[in-house]
Design a protein around this ligand. Structure first.
Ligand code: 7TS
Length: 423
């Protein structure tokens, strides 16, 4: 398969045309063309998203939900249209179920501080997995301590897949919430959310899905997953930084207390007290991130036009190719499922003799951007008896030639270090 022959249902997945939309891909890093393999940290942005931001500030800029003048009406319409686009993208029942937040971390904290604060009591338990990002661990540790509740973990097996053999005993009648990542940002493993949801609902618990690494890459349908809450960040899916989404089932959001207080989230205020606005505004205190919401709508348009099935297929093919190439290096161990069909486009690896930071720095000299470190999943990375790993992650703009560049870069770095005298 060449890089540009992937066919899409409705249009050709034309990698050259896609790459031409991303101005940053023209940049030289250390005199080499940028090879960007760090989308799991944040994605690059197409000109359509950048233009949505510029257009908004040049043509519309006004506050929302409060003006009768043209600019304010246009800003409000754009802001709400973006919400509707996101709702459709994840198949929400209604747009009011989509709450704008700052990022996945804030969305997770919102649920912990409102729904869980009101529903988790002493002796109850919260179930998460051993492969969570810190954002889906620390809020629960904090809540469990505060409420005298127990934090339980579903383990990962030796292939880096979620071990659900103990699901029925770990999720029990005292479980109030199961909070799990849809796709691990370290292992690439995809978790069986519908199965977790089934068990959670059987014991009267709710399920929260950390979809930071799935919504950008695969079709995600909140109804098909039978989720109760789902969180993601725009910056990992072609959108701007500083904006994210909490989706929740309407009936749950409706009875949840507010997270922050202030303008826009109230219905009526007296000197003595206040009543709360309808959804989604109850959770959107203060002037929201209007420009970035509108640009998130542009990102959703871009992905929708490509088709999420095609995005996923492209990444599956890249991942299969990358796994084959990386595993052919004797010196490298890949964390997580060795079968590329069981993972998304995130490959963390450890080199036998070269520290990840040295590898990352040497690759940067060759224009290749990867992430190194604990990937904000310290307990998981440490369970492999290391404190850091290197990670390459892929998106719509990556090609097989870039994977070749990575593999050659690793070999080149090996040759360089093998020539270094050992002190
Ligand atoms: N959950 C998962 C699964 C993530 O991968 C990340 C970010 C977050 C939550 C937090 O998202 P944020 O937008 O609130 O920061 N993951 C990464 C990463 O893997 N490298 O940098 C950020």
């Amino acid at each position: 398969m060449s890089d540009s022959t992937l066919t899409a249902g409705s249009r050709v997945f034309d990698i050259d045309a896609i790459r031409a939309d991303f101005p940053i891909l023209q940049r030289k890093i250390n005199d080499q063309t940028l090879v960007y393999l760090d989308t799991a940290a944040t994605s690059q942005k197409p000109k359509q998203v950048i233009e949505a931001l510029t257009n908004y500030y040049e043509q519309t800029n006004a506050n929302v939900h409060r003006g009768v003048h043209t600019l304010s009406i246009e800003a409000t319409d754009g802001y709400e249209l973006a919400r509707t686009k996101v709702a459709k993208f994840i198949n929400a029942v209604r747009p009011e179920e989509v709450i704008w937040t700052r990022n996945t971390s804030e969305s997770l904290n919102l649920v912990a501080a409102t729904w869980a604060e009101a529903n988790v009591g002493e002796g109850d338990n919260i179930v998460i997995t051993a492969m969570e990002h810190h954002s889906n661990i620390v809020p629960w540790q904090h809540l469990a301590e505060k409420k005298n509740a127990e934090l339980r973990y579903l383990a990962a097996d030796e292939d880096g897949l979620l071990d659900i053999s103990e699901l029925d005993s770990i999720v029990d009648s005292r479980t109030k919430i199961v909070a799990a990542t849809h796709m691990s940002n370290v292992l690439g493993s995809i978790n069986p959310i519908a199965e977790l949801a089934n068990r959670a609902h059987a014991v009267g618990a709710v399920i929260l899905v950390d979809a930071a690494q799935s919504v950008p890459h695969m079709p995600v349908d909140v109804q098909a997953l039978d989720a109760d809450f789902l969180c993601f960040s725009a910056h990992k899916m072609l959108g701007p930084t500083g904006i994210g989404v909490l989706w929740g089932r309407y009936e749950l959001l409706e009875v949840m207390p507010p997270y922050m207080f202030g303008g826009d989230m109230i219905l009526e205020v007296t000197y003595e007290n206040a009543t709360w606005n309808d959804l989604p505004y109850k959770f959107e205190a203060g002037t929201p991130n209007i420009a970035d919401a509108i640009a998130t709508g542009a990102a959703v348009d871009y992905l929708t036009e490509l088709g999420m099935d095609n995005v996923w297929q492209h990444e599956q093919e890249l991942t299969a190719y990358a796994m084959e190439q990386i595993l052919s290096l004797d010196s490298v161990k890949v964390l997580g499922p060795q079968d590329s069909a069981l993972r998304g486009g995130v490959i963390s690896f450890i080199h036998g003799t070269i520290h990840p930071h040295d590898l990352g720095t040497a690759l940067d000299q060759q224009g290749i951007a990867i992430r190194t470190g604990h990937h904000c999943a310290m307990p998981l990375v440490r369970s492999f008896d290391v404190v850091a790993a290197a990670r390459a992650s892929f998106y719509i703009y990556n090609t097989k030639s870039e994977i070749d560049a990575l593999v050659n870069g690793i070999s080149e770095t090996e040759r360089y270090f093998s020539r270094c005298p050992v002190a």
